[in-house]
Design a protein around this ligand. Structure first.
Ligand code: CTP
Ligand code: CA
Length: 225
């Protein structure tokens, strides 16, 4: 009964979240992408919705069902993802970046399928850097003034704590969440390292559903402070 009447921790809040990989076209039939199932981001979206938030989920190409009550916007490229985020961030209270955004895209996507010419020659490809969605949002005046709380994720292959803290400072965000190895791509469980200005704390190995709920509770606690 007490639980039934307990105030939901994110009641009245708007949360915007990115999830999954991006896909950067090379030509109409191929492209480059990152490994990411989207499961962690979708679990956070579900948990935030259950905690009373109005949730908008900007998703790259993934095969995960949309959590009930969550508004989902499907995108392909990093540029598409940035556009969708910027058109929906205005009234958000919380921004969570879980997407595995491709850091680079082909400088020019070919209009037609690139064909082998039979000589054994391989195509030469130039790349350009994609926009950093999280860093862009973190620079918005509402984020800088603390009205928009930004949470980043980091997949590191080594020195998780040091790299996560450096990334948090570089992107100027209050909370950065590291995936504690081994690689969790596609798996249903994970372990997380939360790094903020006060230090770090671990959310031990659990299902992504449980971790999503715990992370939402940690975000709500920090917002209430
Ligand atoms: N991110 C983003 N847009 C990008 C790259 C990253 O929004 N173009 C976000 C991710 O969603 C994540 C955070 O930034 O929340 C960190 O991503 P990560 O790939 O770990 O860091 P990078 O800054 O891209 O640095 P590097 O890959 O070189 O470690
Ligand atoms: Ca990256």
């Amino acid at each position: 009964l007490q639980y039934f009447f307990a105030a939901k921790s994110l009641a009245g809040k708007k949360l915007l979240i990115t999830a999954g990989p991006t896909f950067e076209a090379i030509d109409p039939v191929r492209g480059i992408t990152n490994l990411s199932s989207g499961k962690m981001g979708f679990a956070i979206a579900r948990a935030a919705q259950a905690a009373g938030a109005q949730v908008t989920l900007v998703a790259g190409p993934v095969h995960v069902p949309t959590p009930r009550g969550v508004r989902r916007i499907d995108v392909q490229s990093a540029q598409n993802m940035l556009d969708a985020v910027l058109s929906n961030v205005e009234s958000a209270d919380i921004f969570v970046a879980t997407a595995a955004v491709a850091d680079w895209r082909p400088a020019q996507a070919a209009d037609q399928k690139i064909k082998k010419d039979g000589s054994g020659q391989v195509p030469q490809m130039a790349f350009v850097e994609n926009p950093d969605i999280l860093a862009t949002v973190a620079q918005l005046p509402r984020a800088q003034s603390g009205q928009l709380y930004c949470v980043g994720f980091a997949a590191e292959s080594e020195n998780l704590l040091a790299n996560a803290e450096a990334k948090r400072r570089r992107k100027q965000i209050p909370l950065l969440v590291g995936n504690i190895g081994p690689a969790t791509f596609g798996k249903d469980d994970n372990a997380l390292l939360l790094v903020d200005a006060h230090g770090h704390q671990e959310l031990p190995r659990a299902s992504k559903a449980v971790l999503g709920e715990q992370l939402v509770a940690e975000i709500a606690r920090r917002l209430a402070q």
